[in-house]
Write a new protein. Structure first.
Length: 257
């Protein structure tokens, strides 16, 4: 029998439904794409994850390793956020169903990869991608993950940057909870993914194998690898697309379904 990736949703059906959802804000009014209106948070953080000789990236070195981890969403902090996507999807345009986790609450949110960064300058080699939030997300905004090599020093960095604000949330309970804990959880996630990426890259450079995404028979991948629901997940309270349009409460699915 097929094991659920997330305890509370039919993730294949929910992922399929994302193709009908659009970006839930006007990028022309966002901080990086024109005149900003409304209360936006603009964030940027980075950490050094490795060291290579100066010059172009070294095959199998920290830069290439980090790019692989970023492509596969292996750097996500599973205690805060997990993701499901289809193995055969191109990276640009990939829809992802994210599971936001806060104590016993679960929020299932859609994002779409809308940009690829692939740049070489005299000073840096940069690769990464961005996703934007879809209708029903708790937030509005864009998040970018980049792997950067300084070609003069050989230093390799992982950078997270983006802009965001709270989306309209119909449920007063969810809205209050997000006001109280959303920003704190968001900043905690940024710090955790930087630390996790550094640890994964350094482990790989010591000879540890990279995580290998497990592809389910229906083509779904859960990221990060090795993540599985705890038996007590069935007690969690869950919402599918809790932002506007109207949120959908989700009844727990039995394990082993």
């Amino acid at each position: 029998m097929r094991r659920q990736l997330f305890a509370s949703v039919d993730e294949a059906s929910a992922l399929n439904g994302l193709r009908h959802r659009t970006i839930n804000y006007d990028p022309a009014r966002a901080p990086e794409d024109g005149q900003a209106e409304g209360h936006w948070h603009v964030d940027s953080g980075e950490t050094v994850i490795g060291q290579e000789p100066p010059g172009p990236p070294v095959p199998g070195g920290p830069w290439e390793t980090a790019c692989t981890l970023v492509r596969q969403y292996e750097f996500a902090e599973p205690r805060i956020l997990r993701g499901v996507y289809r193995a055969g999807d191109e990276l640009k345009g990939r829809d992802m169903l994210l599971e936001g986790r806060f104590t016993v609450l679960r929020f299932y949110l859609g994002v779409r990869v809308t940009g690829i960064i692939d740049e070489t300058t005299d000073a840096e080699r940069v690769w990464g991608w961005s996703y934007q939030t879809l209708e029903g997300h708790l937030e509005q905004g864009r998040l970018t993950y980049e792997v950067i090599k300084d070609t003069a020093t050989g230093r390799v960095r992982f950078r997270v940057r983006g802009y965001s604000r709270m989306a309209p949330i119909p449920s007063p309970v969810v809205r209050l909870g997000f006001r109280l804990f959303g920003r704190w959880t968001q900043q905690r996630f940024y710090l955790r993914v930087q630390r996790r990426m550094r640890d994964l890259v350094q482990a790989a450079q010591r000879g540890d194998p990279l995580p290998v995404p497990a592809v389910r028979p229906d083509g779904l991948i859960l990221a990060p690898s090795g993540t599985a629901p705890h038996p007590l997940e069935r007690l969690a309270r869950s919402w599918l697309h809790p932002g506007r349009a109207a949120p959908q409460r989700v009844a727990p699915l039995p394990f082993g379904s």
